[in-house]
Design a protein around this ligand. Structure first.
Ligand SMILES: [Zn+2]
Length: 698
């Protein structure tokens, strides 16, 4: 799951209110809030005074949005007269009203007194890897406080602000916010806590609850967990992993930009990342993989997104970069980089097509699997290809350069280009134009193949004929196996590389499998047809394009196994079910088909030999299960339609079948699944082929 949606939500409001370029200049003109908020949690009410200082009023009017459940008592100039204001309904958002305040000076300090009532806790928030709920929450109750800046619980002006907030709560309740906890005091059953964030931030999120707070430090950074009593057992694990991630990222990116990092538990199944803390739902917090990937993802966001802010109007790069330096990097460190990249390409190939494609400059946030495939997947790949091209040292130098220049400021893809050009001394305009400003991805295949015996010795072991340097780039040295180099029995392979559609310029690795081992070489390829020449020392057997998935591209059919994701992304969806009897089953199957968005077909397709269905049993990989309690879902290459995938769905109980159909959307990467009494017990992926052609000597 990829978290962070909060900042992005705010942007929609911000887009209407921001003047172009405003976010770029923070020089002294950032408004500051000094808020004191007192909670009456039984009655869901708050009593607030916000001392708001605006240094550069640029019209005769100050305008801010505020939650519709807020009533303003008065607005006065600090130590002076009451100010007049009028209120209008918000045009862009129906949950806010807009307060207009005529003024005649450019610097103003005022006190806004208001009360608010926040009794509505949404009950239907769904959280999953694929789909996110996005309604900003404003709630204050005894079980939890969730005041999302996007809901405008304080006067929000759609621009960056600094803040100092003092919360007054019953002692059982602890609050947590962005930035540093500067004081905390308990007196007469009341806890007063102050939080300080002296840097420009996009919005302010206040969370609170009956937490047990644990604290530790790493390298002068305070690490907190704010967990409910029943989950304090998880605290140590979160602390330990947080330290590991901080250590990793300080070594890659430099000093952590905040004084603390806190993991805060939520009763809603959300996952948000705010500057210096993350808010994780209880169900999410308890998932074993949270500490292993998602926690690190959130910590990486404290450089990318929560410190260097994306310029959403020009494309949100922060999810791609965070995915690359977190989720992806962890797999790469375990030697599983190629398989992660393959998964990204699979998602992209399955979920995008011509009409839902868009360039990275238009990615704002993820709402569906296609957004994820582009904003996260393609975004991550852009950084991978840059790193391949520039090498680790220059790549990380570039990232540190961005951090040094753009901390607490917005950065666009263009800022990345300029920084990487500076550190590498190379012109990268073509690269960003192609991969960031342009939509789509190349689709490559092998065309004509010629093999010519050639006994010329391979005199420069690192140099492979066919490599071209098109942009003055230094080509990384290809890895090759030279120990079987026998100059007397060499061959030259002339391989035509074809690109479908508008051709891309790519740096393509080609593997030639020979009788005595494989040889890798890399080639610049552009145009619809290119022929590359590869000299190998022994008889070639086959050729494989991009064997390690280093180029962002649309995979060919042979590289993608049938999966739920491929089914979901297809055009003609058919759900195949076995012959059955009874009204219940018939109804269940037809409901399942409609949930999956497909038409129903009764048939007995040929299943792979690893799956066998008997009268009372189902067996997968030789393990036998009771068929009565099971639902089997298997994706297969369609027997009816070339290039399509069908789902074969079989069960004995109507309600189980429907419930499984409902949940299959969350299993996009899998080819086959077995559910027993509603629980997933088997899941697997068919093995996929490579983009390989056999070589026959001619
Ligand atoms: Zn993220």
């Amino acid at each position: 799951m990829r978290l962070r949606i909060k900042i992005i939500l705010f942007t929609f409001l911000a887009l209407f209110l921001l003047k172009a370029g405003e976010a770029d200049s923070f020089t002294g003109s950032v408004p500051s809030h000094n808020i004191r908020i007192e909670f009456d949690l039984k009655n869901h009410t708050v009593e607030v005074v916000d001392r708001l200082i605006i240094n550069a009023v640029d019209k005769n009017e100050i305008k801010f949005s505020i939650h519709k459940n807020v009533s303003i008592r008065k607005i006065s100039e600090t130590g002076g007269m009451d100010l007049h204001y009028f209120i209008r309904d918000g045009k862009e958002k129906k949950d806010v009203t807009v307060v207009h305040l005529p003024v005649n000076k450019s610097v103003i300090e005022m006190d806004i007194h208001y009360t608010g009532r926040f009794p509505d806790l949404p009950g239907d928030i769904k959280f999953s890897r694929e789909f996110l709920s996005d309604k900003p929450v404003a709630y204050a109750g005894e079980e939890i406080i969730l005041l999302d800046g996007s809901a405008c619980w304080y006067p929000c002006m759609g621009r960056f602000t600094t803040f100092h907030v003092t919360t007054v709560t019953p002692t059982a309740c602890e609050t947590v916010m962005e930035g540093t906890r500067v004081s905390r005091e308990e007196r007469n059953g009341v806890t007063t806590t102050s939080w300080d964030f002296p840097h420009p931030v996009e919005d302010i999120y206040l969370a609170g609850g009956k937490y047990i707070v644990n604290e530790d430090t790493y390298n002068n950074i305070s690490i907190y967990t704010y967990f409910f009593p029943e989950d304090t057992g998880l605290s140590q694990g979160y602390m330990d992993y947080s330290k590991k991630y901080l250590e990793l990222y300080e070594s890659l990116f430099g000093r952590y930009p905040f004084s603390k990092f806190a993991v805060v538990e939520n009763i809603l199944p959300t996952g948000f990342g705010m500057p210096s803390y993350t808010l994780l739902g209880q169900t999410v917090l308890r998932l074993p993989f949270m500490v292993k990937t998602s926690l690190g993802h959130e910590i990486a966001h404290n450089w990318w997104g929560n410190y260097v802010y994306p310029d959403y109007r020009k494309g949100n790069w922060s999810e791609g970069l965070t995915t690359y330096t977190a989720d992806y990097l962890y797999d790469e460190m375990e030697g599983k980089g190629a398989s992660y990249r393959n998964q990204l390409l699979r998602d992209y190939t399955n979920y995008t097509y011509y009409s839902n494609e868009y360039p990275l400059t238009r990615f704002v946030r993820r709402e569906n699997p296609a957004d994820r495939a582009i904003g996260y997947g393609k975004g991550a790949f852009v950084f991978h290809m840059l790193r391949q091209m520039l090498g680790d040292e220059v790549f990380y130098k570039g990232l540190r350069g961005i951090i040094a220049d753009r901390g607490f400021k917005v950065a666009s893809w263009d800022d990345f280009r300029i920084t990487f050009e500076k550190v590498s001394g190379k012109d990268l305009k073509w690269f960003f134009r192609q991969w960031v400003e342009g939509a789509g991805a190349p689709q490559i295949t092998v065309g004509d193949l010629k093999v010519i015996p050639d006994s010329t010795p391979v005199s420069h072991p690192e140099y492979i004929a066919g490599s071209q340097n098109m942009h003055g780039q230094e080509i990384p040295k290809p890895v090759r196996d030279d120990k079987n180099n026998d100059p007397k029995s060499g061959y030259v392979i002339k391989a035509e590389i074809l690109q479908k559609g508008v051709p891309f310029e790519i740096y393509l690795t080609v593997s030639v499998e020979t009788e005595r081992g494989s040889i890798l070489s890399s080639h610049w390829v552009r145009g619809s047809s290119n022929t590359v020449e590869i000299r190998v020392p022994s008889r070639p057997v086959s050729i494989t394009l991009d064997p390690n998935y280093d180029v962002f591209r649309r995979l060919s059919q042979e590289e993608i196994p049938a999966t739920m994701g491929r089914f979901a992304g297809g055009n003609e969806k058919v759900v195949v079910v076995p012959p059955h009897s009874g009204k219940d089953l018939a109804e269940a199957y037809s409901r399942a088909a409609s949930i999956l968005g497909g038409s129903l077909k009764i048939d007995t397709p040929l299943l792979p030999s690893s799956i066998k269905t008997g009268e009372d049993t189902v067996s997968i990989n030789d393990k036998v299960y009771d068929r009565n309690d099971s639902v089997l879902a298997v994706t297969l290459e369609s027997p009816y339609n070339k290039d399509a995938v069908v789902v074969f769905l079989a069960g004995n109980k109507g309600e189980d079948i429907v419930s499984v159909a409902d949940r299959l959307v969350h299993y996009g990467k899998y080819s086959y699944l077995l559910f027993l009494k509603g629980e997933n017990v088997v899941k697997g992926i068919w093995e996929a082929g490579k983009l390989r052609r056999d070589i026959h000597e001619n």
